[in-house]
Design a protein around this ligand. Structure first.
Ligand code: HEC
Length: 189
């Protein structure tokens, strides 16, 4: 009797554990950003940026412009197209230099030493995120790894869809309705 009960209990516990695993897998698929697919897409995107000389040792340079919170105090911004997984899409890359309070002269002289992060918007295929014009949002650290939010979730994907703050919430206020503050997508692209 006792044995039978223990067996039953073990089976019941195992079932709960399986259900919990299933739920957490489903949750990570549902989470709008930082999931496995987001992280692997972000690493393909970084490789595409390196190929296009938007990142890495041969990266092209642009004039620095003055930026605002939450991006750097000095910025370098690019608009172009890159190919990821055989599909070409529009990309905006922003290199963020700082921290605030740094002498701009120091940044001009040695930008790499003051690069804090690289924030990127890449327009993915139709159906990826129709509510927000299919933008994929990502924040890289200078070595190409992903920055994380305080909860340890990688900042890649639909960041932070449905929340009042974050990439999507703030960029949805950009003029022109294309989520871009400093420019718009060239018609020819
Ligand atoms: C609180 C508002 C805010 C948040 C949050 C924000 N941005 Fe921005 N972003 C801006 C502003 C404003 C600009 C224009 C440049 C500037 O003044 O800093 C900009 C510029 C950019 C650009 C260059 C294209 C453009 O729109 O001009 C990219 C790429 C970008 N942000 C990516 C991101 C990503 C990725 C995140 C999230 C990890 C993010 N941003 C979060 C406000 C925000």
């Amino acid at each position: 009797m006792t044995l039978k009960f223990t067996k039953k209990l073990t089976t019941a516990l195992a079932a709960v554990a399986v259900a919990a695993l299933g739920a957490s897998a489903a949750y990570s698929q549902m989470a709008p950003f930082g999931g496995e697919e987001d992280v692997s897409f972000a690493s393909e995107l970084w490789a595409a940026m390196e190929n296009a000389d938007l990142a890495g040792p041969n990266q092209i340079r642009a004039a620095l412009s003055i930026g605002n919170d939450p991006h750097g105090m000095l910025l370098e911004t690019f608009y172009t197209k890159v190919e990821v997984g055989g599909r070409e899409g529009f990309i905006s890359v922003k290199r963020n230099y700082g921290p605030p309070g740094t002498d701009p002269e120091d940044i001009y002289n040695d930008p790499d030493a003051f690069l804090g992060a690289i924030t990127v918007m890449f327009q993915r295929e139709e159906g990826y995120d129709e509510d927000n014009q299919n933008w994929f949002w990502v924040k890289y650290l200078p070595d190409g790894s992903l920055d994380k939010n305080p909860a340890g979730v990688a900042l890649a994907g639909k960041v932070a869809k449905g929340m009042d703050v974050g990439c999507i919430a703030c960029h949805s206020a950009a003029p022109g309705g294309d989520y871009l503050f400093t420019g718009s997508m060239p018609d020819a692209m």
